[in-house]
Design a protein around this ligand. Structure first.
Ligand code: ATP
Length: 816
C-alpha cells in the first residue's frame, strides 16, 4: 500500500472503520486535526487484525500509528486478562525511546479514560535489588500493556535474571525476592509492536527477541515500524508475520518534482567537505552565523562525546565548568576565545551530553533538560551525543543536526538527521566529510534515496566576522614535510622491493599512493590560519586540565578504532584516513604511541611546546595530591632501580622485566596490520594442514598399494563393504596427491596408478580368485589375508583420526 505526501491527510473522523468515541476526543484534545499519511494508511489495517510492516520517514507520526490500533484492538476484543497477563507489548531499542513512547501512551490513556494499566520496563538500575523491586512492583500492580527494551522485557516475560542466568521457575534468588518465574505472562497477548524494528532485528538483540517471541502465542498481531524498514527485510521471517500489509510512505522531492526520497520533505541535508582538524572551527562559525538555535551534534564514540563536552563547556559556558585559577582565568579565556567565536546576539550557550555509558539518571536528566529548552529564545543549546540518541527521540524544536562523524552504521544517518524537521517543521542537517574517499558517501546516500547538497566552507576574517569567501591571504597549503616523508618512504620502498622481489613492496607502494592521494586532497584546501590558531588556543586550555588531556587521548584512540568498524568499509578506510589531521582536530598535545601511526607522516604534527605531561594538573585538589604522591613514589623507585643498575646489582628479574618492556615497545604493529597478519597466519596454517593431509594421503596411497597384494585382493572381493570403503579412500588419496602435485608443479606419480576398482575387477575375473574360493589351502590363506586386512583397516582408521583431530592451539613455531 503506497501513499504519497501531502504531509497531512484527511481528518480523523474519515477513518474506516471509525475510531471509538473516547479515542476521537483524545486526539482532538491533542490538537491533531488531520492524520499524517502513515497514520491514514496504517491505523485501519492494523486495527482490523492485519499484521503490518510500516516504513515512513522520521517524524511522520508512526508512534500514534501503533498506539491507537493497540488501544482500539484491546477495547474491541474485550480481553479478560488476569493480574499478571499482558495484552500488548511495545519493544524499543533504547531506554529513552521506550520512556518517550510510554509517556505518549500514558497521555492517550488519560485522555481516553480507558482502564488499561501500562508498565514501563527498561534497564538502567544497576543493582539486582532494584531489579527485584521493579519486578515486585510489576507483580503487585499488574500490567495490560508493557513498553520496554528487549533485555528487560525478556527478564519480565521469560524469568531471566540480570546476570544472564535463567533460574528454575519458582526459585527465590539471593538477590532478594526476584523469582526466576516470569513476572508477567504473554499467553493471552493480542498485539506486539517492534518500534525501530530494523534496529531490533540486528544481531545485537537477537537472543532477547528470540526468547520474547518464544513466550508469545502464535495467534497475535505483529507490527513492525521504522523509517528504514527495507534494511531489515531479510530478518522479518523471525517475527512470524502472517500475510502482512506493507505500508511505505514515499516523499516527493520538492526540487525535483517526481523523484522520491526517504527523508521528510521539510528536511534539508547538506554535507561539508572539510579537513578533520577544522571541524571545531566550522561548528563555532556555524553557530555564530545561524543565531540562537537548538543543535544536536553526533559523534561516533562515547569518549569523543565526553571529551568535547568538557572542552566546549569550558570554552563556551565557563560558568558551568571548573576553570583552573577561578574567575580571573575564566575572564582571560573568554576574552581570548572572543577572537574566534562570538555568541549570536546576547545569547547564552548551554552544552549537554548524552551517551550509552552514562548512568541512567544522568541520561534521563540530560534528555529532559535539553527537551525543555525552547528554540530561538536567546539560547544556543548544544546536545553532544552518540547514536544512542539517533532513533525515535522526539525532542521538540531541534533546528539543526550536525554529524561531526558520519555514522558507523549508514542506517543511522537518516535517523540522526530525522531528529529535526519533525511533523512538517523545517530542519537542517549537516555532515562533515573528509576530503578524498569519504566524499563517496554522498553518492552512497543518494542511492539510498537520501539526497544531500553541498554546504559552503565558512571562513573568518581578522575582525571575527564569518564569511563564505576565503580571505585574500588564504593560500594553498605548501606541505614540505610530506614531500620529505615521501622521498624517505620511496627510498625505503625501493630497498624493500629489491629485497622482496617486488611483490610486498609493490602492494605497500599502492597503499601509500592512495594515502598520499587523500593528502593531496587536503592540500587543495587553502590554509585556514584562524582555525589553526583556534586549535592552538584549545591546546592551551587542555594543558591546564589533566582530565580533559586524558580524555582527549582516549577520544582520539577510540575514534581511530571506531573508524575501522564502519559498515561501509570501502568508503571509510582507516588506511586512507588523514590520521594526523584527525589528531590535530582533537587538539592533542602530543601523538599517543599508537601502532596505527606507523608509516604515517608524523612530522606534520607539531607537539605542544615545552610539554611536560607529568606537570598537567588535575583540577580536583584531593585527586591531584594523591596523583603527585604516586608520581613521587614512582620517580623514587625508578631512581633506586637506576642506582642499583649502575652499581651492578641488577637482579635477573629486573633484566627480565626490561626485556619484556623492550619487547612491548618494539611491538609497534598497527592493530589493523595485526589483523591482516593474523589472516595471513591463518591462511598459512590452513595451507599447512592441507599439506599435512596430502602427505597423509601419500602414505595412505602407499598403504593402498599393499592391497594390490593378490591375497588382500581376494579378501576384498569377498567383503564388498570394505572394498567400497577402500575404493573411496583410495580415490580421495589419488585426488589429494594430484592436487598436491599440481600445486607444487611435480608430476603425480602415484596418481598414475591403476584405480582400485580396476584392480578388484581384474582380481574378480581372474582364474585364481575363482579357484581360490573353493580351495582349502586358499581358505587357510584367507585367514592370513583377513588378519592383514584388519591391520590395514586399523591403520587407516588411526590415520584418519589423526588427520581430523586438528589442534587449533598450536603455535606457528611448533607447526613449522
Ligand atoms: N496527526 C498529527 N498531527 C500533528 N502532529 C502529529 C500527528 N501525529 C503525530 N504528530 C507529532 O509528530 C511528531 C513526530 O511523531 P513520532 O514521534 O510519532 O514520529 P515517528 O514517525 O515515530 O519518528 P521517528 O521515525 O523519528 O521515530 C510528534 O511530536 C507527534 O506529536
Amino acid at each position: 500500500m503506497d501513499s504519497v505526501v501531502p504531509s497531512f491527510g484527511r481528518p480523523w473522523s474519515a477513518l474506516q472503520p471509525a475510531l471509538s468515541e473516547p479515542m476521537l476526543s483524545a486526539i482532538c484534545s491533542l490538537g491533531f486535526e488531520n492524520m499524517t499519511p502513515v497514520q491514514e494508511a496504517t491505523i485501519p489495517a492494523f486495527s482490523q487484525n492485519r499484521d503490518v510492516i510500516v516504513e515512513a520517514a522520521t517524524g511522520s507520526g508512526k508512534t500514534l500509528s501503533f498506539l491507537i490500533p493497540i488501544l482500539e484492538l484491546l477495547q474491541r476484543k474485550k480481553l479478560r486478562l488476569t493480574h499478571t497477563q499482558v495484552g500488548a507489548i511495545i519493544i524499543s531499542p533504547t531506554r529513552e525511546l521506550a520512556r518517550q513512547t510510554f509517556t505518549v501512551l500514558l497521555e492517550l490513556l488519560k485522555l481516553t479514560g480507558l482502564p488499561y494499566i501500562p508498565h514501563l520496563v527498561v534497564g538502567g538500575s544497576s543493582s539486582a535489588t532494584n531489579t527485584a523491586d521493579e519486578m515486585s512492583v510489576l507483580k503487585e500492580t499488574g500490567a495490560d500493556i508493557l513498553v520496554g527494551t528487549p533485555g528487560r522485557l525478556e527478564d519480565v516475560l521469560c524469568g531471566r535474571l540480570r546476570n544472564g542466568k535463567k533460574t528454575k521457575a519458582g526459585m527465590i534468588t539471593a538477590s532478594g525476592g526476584l523469582r526466576g518465574k516470569p513476572s508477567a505472562s504473554a499467553a493471552k497477548l493480542e498485539v506486539i509492536v517492534l518500534d525501530e524494528a530494523d534496529r531490533l532485528l540486528d544481531l545485537g538483540f537477537e537472543a532477547s527477541l528470540t526468547a520474547i517471541f518464544s513466550a508469545l502465542p502464535k495467534q497475535r498481531r505483529t507490527g513492525l515500524f521504522s523509517a528504514t524498514m527495507t534494511e531489515a527485510l531479510g530478518q522479518l521471517v523471525r517475527t512470524g508475520l502472517r500475510n502482512p500489509v506493507r505500508v511505505q510512505v514515499q516523499v516527493h522531492d520538492r526540487n525535483t518534482a517526481c523523484s522520491e526520497r526517504r527523508i521528510p520533505a521539510s528536511l534539508s541535508i547538506r554535507y561539508m567537505v572539510c579537513p578533520p582538524d577544522r571541524k571545531l572551527a566550522q561548528i563555532l562559525r556555524l553557530i555564530q552565523t545561524a543565531g540562537p538555535l537548538k543543535y544536536i551534534v553526533y559523534f561516533s564514540t562515547c569518549a569523543a562525546v565526553d571529551y568535547f563536552y568538557r572542552l566546549l563547556r569550558r570554552m563556551l559556558c565557563p560558568a558551568q565548568a571548573i576553570v583552573p585559577g577561578g574567575k580571573r582565568t575564566m575572564k582571560e579565556e573568554k576574552e581570548r576565545l572572543r577572537e574566534y567565536f562570538t555568541a549570536p546576539t546576547s545569547s547564552s550557550v548551554s552544552v549537554h551530553s548524552l551517551h550509552g555509558q552514562m548512568v541512567q539518571s544522568k541520561r534521563q536528566a540530560t534528555y529532559e533538560s535539553f527537551s525543555a529548552i525552547p528554540s530561538g529564545e536567546n539560547e544556543v543549546a548544544l546536545l553532544l551525543c552518540t547514536d544512542v540518541a539517533s532513533r525515535g527521540l522526539d525532542i521538540p524544536d531541534v533546528d539543526c543536526v550536525i554529524q561531526w562523524d558520519p555514522p558507523t552504521d549508514p542506517k543511522s544517518f537518516a535517523h540522526r538527521c530525522g531528529r529535526t524537521a519533525r511533523a512538517g517543521k523545517n530542519g537542517q542537517a549537516l555532515v562533515f566529510l573528509s576530503p578524498g574517499a569519504e566524499e563517496t558517501f554522498i553518492d552512497f546516500m543518494a542511492l539510498r534515496k537520501i539526497p544531500m547538497t553541498p554546504a559552503d566552507y565558512l571562513w573568518q576574517s581578522a575582525d571575527g566576522s564569518v564569511t563564505e569567501e576565503p580571505p585574500a591571504d588564504a593560500k594553498i597549503i605548501e606541505d614540505s614535510s610530506s614531500s620529505d616523508d615521501g622521498e624517505e618512504e620511496e627510498e625505503e620502498e625501493e630497498e624493500e622491493e629489491q629485497e622482496n622481489g617486488g611483490g610486498e613492496a609493490a602492494k605497500k607502494k599502492k597503499k601509500k599512493k592512495k594515502r598520499s592521494r587523500n593528502h593531496d586532497q587536503l592540500c587543495k584546501f587553502p590554509a585556514d590560519t584562524r582555525s589553526d590558531a583556534l586549535l592552538e588556543l584549545v591546546r592551551g586550555l587542555v594543558v591546564t586540565d589533566r582530565d580533559i588531556y586524558e580524555r582527549g587521548k582516549l577520544a582520539f584512540v577510540s575514534f581511530v578504532q571506531s573508524y575501522s568498524k564502519h559498515e561501509a568499509s570501502y568508503i571509510f578506510r582507516l588506511k586512507e584516513l588523514p590520521i594526523i589531521e584527525v589528531a590535530k582536530g582533537f587538539a592533542l598535545l602530543h601523538l599517543p604511541s599508537m601502532p596505527e601511526l606507523r608509516g604515517r607522516p608524523v612530522s606534520r604534527f607539531i607537539p605542544y611546546a615545552n610539554l611536560d605531561t607529568d606537570a598537567i594538573p588535575l583540577l580536583d585538589s584531593k585527586r591531584e595530591a594523591s596523583r603527585l604522591e604516586k608520581l613521587e613514589k614512582a620517580k623514587a623507585a625508578a631512581a633506586a632501580a637506576a642506582a642499583a643498575r649502575a652499581s651492578g646489582l641488577v637482579a635477573d628479574a629486573d633484566n627480565d622485566s626490561d626485556k619484556k618492556k623492550k619487547k612491548k615497545k618494539n611491538n609497534t604493529e598497527a592493530w589493523t596490520d595485526a589483523k591482516e597478519a593474523k589472516d595471513r597466519t591463518r591462511e598459512r596454517k590452513l595451507k599447512r594442514i592441507k599439506r599435512r593431509d596430502a602427505v597423509a594421503s601419500v602414505e595412505e596411497a602407499r598403504l593402498m598399494q599393499e592391497i594390490e597384494d593378490p591375497k588382500v585382493l581376494e579378501a576384498l572381493a569377498k567383503d564388498p563393504l570394505l572394498a567400497k570403503q577402500m575404493i573411496n579412500r583410495r580415490d580421495k588419496s589419488l585426488r589429494d596427491i594430484k592436487e598436491m602435485s599440481s600445486n607444487s608443479g611435480r608430476p603425480a606419480a602415484a596418481a598414475e596408478k591403476r584405480s582400485l576398482d580396476e584392480i578388484i575387477a581384474d582380481a574378480r575375473s581372474s582364474k585364481r580368485y575363482a579357484s581360490a574360493s573353493s580351495s582349502s589351502e586358499d581358505e587357510e590363506d584367507s585367514w592370513e589375508v583377513m588378519a592383514r586386512k584388519e591391520a590395514i583397516r586399523k591403520k587407516l582408521a588411526a590415520k584418519n583420526k589423526k588427520r581430523f583431530t586438528f589442534n587449533p592451539g598450536f603455535s606457528d613455531d611448533e607447526e613449522e
